[in-house]
Unconditional design. Sequence first.
Length: 95
Amino acid sequence: MKSFQCSKCTACCYLQAEMGIVPKGENGACIYLTEEGECGVYEDRPLECNVGRMAKATNTPKKEYYSAVAKSCNKLMDIYEVDKEYRLDPKIYDE
């Protein structure tokens, strides 16, 4: 099973900060989001930011969980008006 293929659009970094799941920085995003658009605490990131660990924590098969997350990511990208180049293909987890 391949790992989740995050496109690094950063939309979830803003949503989770807005929801109070992660600390919010001055720009409205998670304080750990670097200027390069990467997680500054990637190896120690919160559970909610780790798709693989969340699949396990919710006792959901990875294929199913990754596909659902990819679909949710695409909807979130629409809300935040993220460039279409970041869209994910949920079908890759059906293989």
